[in-house]
Design a protein around this ligand. Structure first.
Ligand SMILES: [Zn+2]
Length: 262
């Protein structure tokens, strides 16, 4: 019990408030919806150049579902299914992404090892308003990191849940790097991913992907609560117009965002 108490005190003491707890005036801008992606609307509808106008930090995917996207400090990275990291040009496009002009309000030092689950519980305590939105950037040393990516698709597009049944997964072992992502509230169901959704890129910018699991050794976390959100929908996409977005895809989402069970 004493160890737990000590860790709790360390955690509390090391939280640094940068700008109060009221939430920044930053805005999350999202391209299309998670359910349109689940339905197989993989053709990009917004350019990477446009994303950079909307924010400096974010996650998503690329045209044709060609890998995982991560934006950090205004730089967009593409982690493709071959496990390598590419820098997409501003004229490349995305069918689904969310970005924010990230201005951290809290910095949390994480001096001790924690699992993914324990870390997320602690972060929830830092942002207790479960109906608000949260963006994070964590730079850390990881004892192990498990990610996945998705391969570029050809028409006719299969639903996302079928693609991710054969997703390449990467055990990255001991590695340093950056986690980026959001915690979004339950009511975004159908629009984005409720709960935590994180992507990773290594410090050397050579590996990464959609985060499945990790153990953190130590790190430094930056967090901002967000209370402004907008969507930019595909304007000239027949596929988007025709997608059936009336069905409940929560089960598909859970499977598509998780690790392979086979
Ligand atoms: Zn993802």
């Amino acid at each position: 019990m004493k160890r737990i108490w000590t860790a709790g005190v360390c955690w509390a003491v090391l939280v640094i408030l940068l700008a109060g707890c009221a939430g920044s005036d930053a805005r999350i801008t999202q391209i299309a919806t998670i359910d349109s992606l689940l339905a197989g609307v993989y053709d990009g509808s917004a350019t990477i150049g446009a994303l950079k106008q909307y924010g400096t930090l974010g996650i998503g995917t690329l045209d044709k579902l060609d890998g995982e996207m991560l934006m950090l400090d205004g730089v967009v990275y593409q982690i493709r299914a071959d496990g390598n990291v590419y820098l997409p040009g501003d004229d490349q496009t995305t069918p689904f992404a969310a970005v924010v002009d990230f201005r951290p309000e809290k910095v949390v030092e994480l001096p001790e090892p924690v699992s993914l689950g324990v870390l997320l519980d602690r972060l929830d305590r830092q942002a207790p308003n479960r109906n608000g939105m949260v963006a994070i950037h964590l730079r850390g040393e990881f004892r192990r990191m498990r990610t996945r990516s998705v391969p570029a698709q050809q028409k006719p597009y299969r639903p996302l849940v079928e693609v991710t049944r054969h997703q390449p997964e990467f055990e990255l072992g001991r590695i340093s790097g950056d986690l980026v992502g959001f915690r979004l509230p339950a009511y975004v169901k159908g629009i984005n991913v409720p709960g935590w959704h994180l992507h990773f890129i290594s410090a050397g910018r050579q590996q990464g992907g959609h985060v499945l699991d990790f153990e953190l050794d130590s790190g430094r976390l930056e967090l901002a609560e967000i209370y402004d959100f907008r969507m930019i929908l595909p304007r000239e996409s027949d596929a988007f117009a025709a997608a059936d977005l009336s069905v409940d895809r929560a089960g598909e989402l859970h499977e598509a965002e998780s690790a392979q069970v086979e």
